[in-house]
Design a protein around this ligand. Structure first.
Ligand code: MN
Length: 243
C-alpha cells in the first residue's frame, strides 16, 4: 500500500516514521512545501525506493517563496514527482491569489516541458480555478487531486480531465466527502494520510493510517473492503506506470 500524500519531513521524528513505514511495507509519496526542503527530505528516502520525494511549493507559501521558482526548475529533472502544489482560495489566502496563480501556472508549464510528472495537487476552496489551469496544461502528466473538496460540477470536470484522487480517513468523516468519493471513478482512487496535519483520536496520522480510509470507501462504493484494497493496489500500479 502507498500513502500518496504525506509530509514526512514535518513529523517531529521523520527518520523513525520512515523506518516504521519500511517495516510495515508501506510506500510513501513524500510531498514537500518548498523547493529548498526537497534535498533534505529526499535524504529521508535514501536506501528505501518505496519512499518517493515530490518537489513542491505549497499554495500557502507560494507568495512568500516565489523566489524559489528558479530552484524548483533546477531540481525538477531529478524527480518524477511534484507536490504539494496548487491553489488555496480560503479567506486567509485571498491576498496571495495572484502569486499563487503565477506559481501554479509556472509549475504546470515546467512539468509540461519536462515531459510530464505525477503531481499531488491542493485545491481547497479553489477547485474551479485549479481545473481552469489543469485544463490549460493537458500534457503536464498525471494530476492527483489530494483531499478533493469541490462540488459535483467540479468533480465532473476533474474526471473529464482524467485526474486521480487521493482519499484519506479525514475526508470520509463527513457526508460531503463520502458523497464525493461515491462519485469518483474506481480506477482513479488512491489513499493518503496527509500526516502529520491530520489526526484521529488526538493522534497524528502516520503513512500506514492511510489504510483507515478503506472502510469508508467500501461503504461509499458498497463493495467489500477486500475489493477496495485490490482496486487501490491496481490503481497504485497504474499511476506509477505513467512515469
Ligand atoms: Mn498536505
Amino acid at each position: 500500500m502507498i500513502d500518496f500524500h504525506c509530509h514526512l519531513d514535518l513529523y517531529p521524528n521523520p527518520v523513525d516514521i520512515a523506518e516504521e513505514a519500511r517495516r510495515r511495507n508501506i510506500g510513501v509519496l513524500s510531498v514537500t512545501t518548498t523547493p529548498s526542503a526537497w534535498r533534505g527530505t529526499s535524504n529521508l528516502a535514501l536506501g528505501n525506493p518505496a519512499i518517493r520525494t515530490a518537489l513542491g511549493l505549497h499554495p500557502q507559501l507560494a507568495s512568500e517563496r516565489i523566489h524559489e521558482m528558479p530552484l524548483f526548475k533546477d531540481l525538477l529533472p531529478e524527480t518524477d514527482f511534484v507536490g504539494e502544489v496548487g491553489l488555496d482560495g480560503s479567506p486567509e489566502n485571498q491576498g496571495t491569489r495572484h502569486d499563487q496563480q503565477i506559481v501554479f501556472r509556472d509549475i504546470l508549464r515546467a512539468c509540461d516541458q519536462a515531459g510530464g510528472r505525477v503531481i499531488s495537487v491542493h485545491s481547497r476552496n479553489a477547485a474551479s480555478a485549479v481545473m481552469d489551469q489543469l485544463e490549460r496544461h493537458l500534457r503536464t502528466g498525471t494530476a492527483i487531486l489530494h483531499w478533493f473538496s469541490g462540488n459535483k460540477t467540479e468533480l465532473r470536470r476533474a474526471i473529464a480531465r482524467d485526474c486521480w484522487f487521493s482519499v484519506g480517513p479525514s475526508m470520509l468523516v463527513g457526508a460531503k466527502g463520502q458523497s464525493l468519493v461515491s462519485a469518483m471513478p474506481r480506477n482513479r482512487v488512491l489513499l493518503e494520510s496527509d500526516g502529520p496535519f491530520t489526526a484521529q483520536k488526538g493522534r497524528s496520522l502516520a503513512p500506514w493510517d492511510a489504510a483507515l480510509a478503506i472502510d469508508g470507501i467500501s461503504r461509499a462504493w458498497n463493495i467489500p473492503p477486500e475489493e477496495v484494497v485490490s482496486l487501490v493496489q491496481s490503481n497504485e500500479r497504474s499511476v506509477l506506470r505513467t512515469i
